[in-house]
Design a protein around this ligand. Structure first.
Ligand code: ACO
Length: 193
């Protein structure tokens, strides 16, 4: 039994699921993934802190209320542990004719599961999800709350969209993201306060 899912499984590409190693699954983040080691998986990214189940659920519930623009997916191993994760959120711009920007964040694969193409599958699943979600923005501009209810199989060509997908990563991950189809662009700056 899996808890409440963050968003509809119809946004997860069946092709990506089929390409996973046998016994592995890909799905939206669930309310009981705290127990499946979701936060442990994120430790490959940075320090996580001592997060209680209540804190996890508070954040999960916030994201669920905004699940037309926040999407976190997880990959589970055959023993039902979270071993991979990734998030995308959609920003609505004024510029570029009220364009949309997809921000890819926190792609993480457990250290002992790296090199099995799980990171690549996470990235592909996010790309597929963005294609569906952003196409439905075009189908029904302004109806954000209904996005996920729109027939997800109506996938328009992205050339009709003013769309950018961006991410920040360390120098050592550049070759990984190049394999995911990204190219290097501009410069990142940070301000720590
Ligand atoms: N340098 C060069 N090539 C790489 C690297 C790397 N650091 N990482 C993966 N690749 C290559 C693989 O060799 C493979 O190439 P191939 O298709 O020619 O065989 C391809 O990229 C796909 O690799 P995967 O097996 O899918 O990679 P993995 O499952 O190990 O996930 C990831 C890669 C997510 C970067 C993982 O190593 C990880 O979690 N690292 C720590 C956390 C991290 O840095 N995440 C990215 C943060 S940036 C962000 O989230 C926007």
């Amino acid at each position: 039994m899996t808890g409440q899912l963050l968003f509809s499984t119809s946004l997860i590409s069946p092709e990506v699921q089929a390409d996973l190693p046998p016994g592995y699954k890909i799905r939206p983040l669930a309310s009981d993934d705290y127990e499946r080691g979701f936060l442990d998986t994120l430790t490959v990214l940075t320090e996580i802190g001592d997060i209680s189940k209540a804190q996890f659920l508070e954040r999960f519930n916030y994201l669920k209320q905004h699940n037309h623009e926040y999407f976190t997916i997880v990959i589970l191993s055959p023993d039902d542990r979270v071993v991979g994760a990734g998030t995308v959120f959609v920003e609505r711009k004024f510029i570029r004719n009220t364009g949309l920007v997809g921000h890819i964040e926190d792609i993480a694969v457990n250290k002992n599961q790296q090199g099995k193409k799980l990171g690549l599958r996470c990235g592909k699943s996010i790309n597929g999800l963005l294609t569906i979600v952003l196409s439905s923005y075009i189908q029904s501009p302004g109806a954000a709350a209904n996005l996920i209810l729109i027939n997800v199989f109506i996938v328009l060509h992205l050339t009709y969209l003013v769309l950018t997908v961006i991410l920040d990563c360390s120098e050592k991950n550049v070759p990984f993201y190049e394999k995911c189809g990204f190219t290097r662009k501009e410069v990142e700056m940070a301000w720590y306060c």
